[in-house]
Design a protein around this ligand. Sequence first.
Ligand SMILES: [Mn+2]
Length: 327
Amino acid sequence: MEFGPIIDFINEHNRFILTAHETPDGDALGSEYALFLALSKLGKKVKIFNADPAPEKFSFIKTAAKAVVLKDPEQVPKDIDQYVLIVLDVSDLNNIGQIADLILPRVKTCFIIDHHENDSDTLGGNLIQKSASSTAEILYLLFREMEIEVDLEMAQSLYMAIVFDTGSFIYPKTTAITFEIARDLVTKGVNPNFIYANIYESNSISSLLLFSNVLATLELKLDNHVAIQTMTKEMIIATNGKYEEADQIINTPLKSEEIRVSIFFKENPAGMKRCSMRSKGNINVAEIAQSYGGGGHKTAAGFKCRDSFEQTKIELLERLKIYFPKA
Ligand SMILES: [Mn+2]
């Protein structure tokens, strides 16, 4: 990995704003926390601004890093023109919400650190490593290069990010490097079961009921190779479940051997519609997501739905047909 440009960027500037993609996930938050702590150690002034709140389940990480939700222009530092922006875990600047309007045009410059497949925006510098399991993996290697000591607080943040983005070390971008890093973080005192339990065994009963509603919508298409599930805002309201606790539902159909693609249509309580896709093997769902203005990885991607779920469903099945010629 070419760390020169990001190291120069860090050395040349003193005030940093960190952000990540909308609806930040474990990797987005863990990466922000770890980089916040690393930059603070170097004596830099650092702030984290996100478009959306951090899901409750990640609050078990006790850290000095505070991810602030940017809601109104008053929150922007007065000396914003003295700051630079580092965008983490996303390379499409359409996916950083109001940060793109309130922060990006007013900072000195910006740098992107990411591992998604999208064609990246290049407003400033870029460190894109598509083969990395997570943004946190790239950051760990950067800290090692810069000889920044990873303390327990940073180690927990990085580990949370890696566990989240690899589905506990099983998704396709999990490599020997991922395990080497995990080994070092555990050596530093991270407790793997503690992190796992907080991420994957901490949902509410309401969300379990929401899950049962969503699973009941399951449709099997293209000779049982494609599973489709739908979560409406009515289901969220009726069960009192949490939208952000529904992120694992998409993985359930993939446990069946025949299922090669899992599609999840979801609507948040405000009525915003999204489509997430997961696949096995060679089916590139990132390519499909990109054609709808979204992005992701080859086997995990998503986009915002402009049309109805029904219309989008028809189009997606049409696109997926080529993978299942016998269906
Ligand atoms: Mn990530």
